[in-house]
Design a protein around this ligand. Structure first.
Ligand SMILES: NC(=O)c1ccc[n+]([C@@H]2O[C@H](COP(=O)([O-])OP(=O)(O)OC[C@H]3O[C@@H](n4cnc5c(N)ncnc54)[C@H](OP(=O)(O)O)[C@@H]3O)[C@@H](O)[C@H]2O)c1
Length: 261
């Protein structure tokens, strides 16, 4: 293992925002630890990142709800330095009303979005404090506003926002920065995972222009690159076609049409 740079750990690197962030950081010649459950995707991304200029890339196949994999990895590599963490692993499951919801969907969201993010952060914190690093959490506009059928997903993102603020207080004086990125609609695998069918997922973004994972990766990159005395605490990013949660413009008035004409 090369020991040139301090590493940036990215959870949820096998898809969407995590993957796009890995590619952006690779272009900036960073050393990366890519984490997710789908090993093959991580291996393919590793190749791409190295091709783009990443100094070193380590793939760590893990489930964020099980912190032992990361703990064991760190114990086996005592000289490894970790500077920053991008907590992008997360998901929504289902959009049923509370009275009809499936408890396993709730458990998956709470275990991944809350417990997984907490465990990963806690496991890496000593390293990040040592390096005066940066923790970037993927919250959501769902951590600010609630919508029908999203009670539990929104609750998990409210929790991320609360943890983000509490963590920053606990870390004051360490030089560690803590940022909550709060996107609106981003076209990733998020809706496919939530709704379970390609057709349903595509309908979410039909006739409007959502954000791309790259848009969010650029914002994360910008936050990471502020001078050490500047901490972007929260960044709310909507697509122009989404005025607020549930307020989406489609068809003729979509920015998609306006850009073309
Ligand atoms: N897309 C949006 O509209 C949107 C809006 C606001 C916020 N967000 C948030 O942004 C984050 C990234 O979502 P995305 O849009 O990029 O969705 P995505 O394309 O579905 O990516 C989700 C990533 O999380 C990983 N993941 C899920 N459960 C995991 C687990 N238990 N252990 C390890 N990794 C796990 C997945 O990898 P594996 O399946 O390989 O493990 C995947 O890499 C999430 O926290 C999401 O809540 C998304």
């Amino acid at each position: 293992m090369k020991k040139i740079n301090s590493y940036i750990v990215i959870t949820g690197a096998s898809s969407g925002i995590g993957e796009a962030t890995a590619l952006r950081l690779a272009r900036a010649k960073k050393s990366l630890i890519l984490c997710a459950r789908r090993k093959q995707r991580l291996e393919a991304l590793k190749k791409e990142c190295l091709h783009l200029g990443a100094v070193d890339v380590i793939c760590l196949t893990l489930d964020v709800t099980q912190p032992t994999t990361l703990e064991t990895f760190l114990k086996k590599n005592p000289k490894l330095r970790v500077q920053s963490l991008i907590n992008s692993a997360g998901l929504a499951r289902g959009s049923e009303l509370v009275q009809f919801a499936d408890l396993t969907d709730w458990e998956a969201m709470i275990d991944t979005n809350i417990k997984g993010l907490l465990y990963t952060t806690r496991t890496l914190l000593e390293h990040i404090i040592r390096e005066r690093g940066h923790i970037v959490n993927l919250g959501s506009v769902a951590g600010r506003l609630i919508y029908e059928g999203g009670a539990v997903y929104c609750a998990t993102k409210f929790a991320v926002r609360a943890f983000n603020d509490g963590l920053r207080m606990d870390l004051k004086g360490t030089g560690v920065r803590v940022t909550n990125i709060e996107p609106g609609m981003v076209n990733t695998e998020f809706s496919l995972v939530r709704l379970g069918s390609k057709q349903k997922a595509e309908s979410v973004y039909q006739d409007m222009m959502p954000l791309s994972a790259t848009d969010i990766a650029e914002s994360i990159f910008w936050c990471l690159n502020q001078p050490a005395h500047v901490n972007i605490q929260e960044l709310v990013i909507y697509p122009t076609d989404q005025a607020s949660v549930g307020q989406v413009v489609r068809g003729e008035k979509s920015i998609k049409k306006l850009i073309r004409s």
